[in-house]
Design a protein around this ligand. Structure first.
Ligand code: UT7
Length: 322
């Protein structure tokens, strides 16, 4: 069984915060942010907007796009590092809000790589026959764990949610099949100190704030993602030239461009939304997918590669035929 994308949806908070607005809050400039990251604006959740409310809207839109309803869903895998509450899982809140009563709903925690991890997990449920229709969601409200006095991090992140519906469809086991063709996940916990949150229920009894040595993360990012992308190419026999679209995690335009260049991916094939959304962690890839489907770039039958790297470190890549 292949896990085939049947629909995609997205939701961003109402409020847009531009770089110019951040210039008034911390010692930064629009020029610095644009040159170092490519980010021009981000969405920030307001009152009443949480990870689960954004996720629910994105999921509803993905179901609508797929022509399906809550009754069809038998699995929800939600990637987030900013759950509404320590527990229950945000996925169960989305489940209740959608009116889904079958199957399982749980969260996956792999920070910025979360969506790739969630796709890989859901694909395995479908491939084994355990599920027939999965909602895979990436949703975050990183604005709630940012230290708004730390200019080295607060200008980088934003809030949002994106979702895809994965449906079981029989395949031939070749790369001509539609669906997730391969996925590759990696973690290395020795890198914790480079990107972490300095609070948590068991360690401190607080929520904490995001801390990052940006330069250190940057130093590892390109090598790690290109490693796992190379694994994905090797597993499928596909090459950079076979890709129709490259949809990377949207943390930094320089990391995106360097990764694509290293593997010989044509710059015209890169989907970039970092300017609009900033780094929305696990939400960034599904937000970018939704953007590129809505504007007609990604079409049925296209070969799409997704990849991400984030806190842990965690990193991963997957290739799908849309
Ligand atoms: O999504 C999970 C993975 N995360 C990432 O992929 C993030 C990876 N890292 C990055 O994207 C980049 O490292 C950053 C965008 C975070 C920083 O860019 P950089 O080119 O690595 O800059 P830097 O950290 O080396 O800082 C350069 C200078 C420093 O000043 P000095 O020490 O050279 O005097 C910083 O203090 O820029 C300064 N700086 C700022 N200046 C204006 C740091 N933040 C700001 C700011 N505005 N917001």
């Amino acid at each position: 069984m292949r896990a085939v994308v049947a629909g995609v949806g997205a939701c961003t908070p109402e409020r847009v915060v531009t770089n110019a607005e951040l210039e008034k809050k911390v010692d930064t400039t629009d020029d610095w942010i644009v040159q170092r990251t490519g980010i021009r604006q981000r969405y920030i959740a307001g009152e009443g907007e949480t990870t689960s409310t954004l996720a629910t809207k994105a999921a509803q839109r993905a179901l609508e796009a797929a022509g399906l309803t809550a009754a069809d869903v038998d699995l929800i895998v939600l990637a987030t590092s900013t759950p509404d509450y320590t527990f229950p899982a945000t996925a169960t809140q989305v489940q209740a809000a959608l009116g889904v009563t079958r199957g399982a709903a749980f969260d996956v925690q792999a920070v910025c790589s979360g969506f790739v991890f969630a796709v890989s997990v859901a694909e395995k449920f479908i491939a084994t026959g355990a599920s027939a229709c999965a909602l895979v969601i990436g949703a975050e409200t990183f604005s709630r764990i940012l230290d708004w006095e730390d200019r080295t991090t607060c200008v980088l992140f934003g809030d949002g949610a994106g979702a895809i519906v994965l449906k079981a469809e029989p395949g031939q086991g070749t790369t001509d099949d539609r669906g997730v063709l391969t996925s590759h996940l990696r973690s290395d916990g020795r890198h914790r100190e480079k990107l972490y949150v300095d609070g948590g229920p068991s360690a401190t009894g607080t929520v904490g704030h995001l801390r990052m040595s940006g330069r250190e993360v940057f130093r590892h990012a390109v090598g790690m993602v290109t490693d796992v992308m190379t694994d994905a190419f090797a597993a499928t026999g596909l090459t950079a030239g076979d890709l129709d679209w490259f949809v990377p995690h949207q943390a930094n335009e320089r990391i995106i461009d360097a990764s694509a260049e290293k593997l010989g991916i044509d710059s015209k094939k890169i989907v970039k939304t970092v300017a609009l959304h900033g780094n929305t962690s696990a939400a960034s890839i599904p937000l970018a997918l939704a953007t590129a489907v809505a504007d007609g770039r990604i079409k049925r039958g296209d070969i799409v590669m997704i990849e991400a790297m984030g806190g842990g470190f965690t990193w991963g890549a997957a290739i799908l035929r849309w």
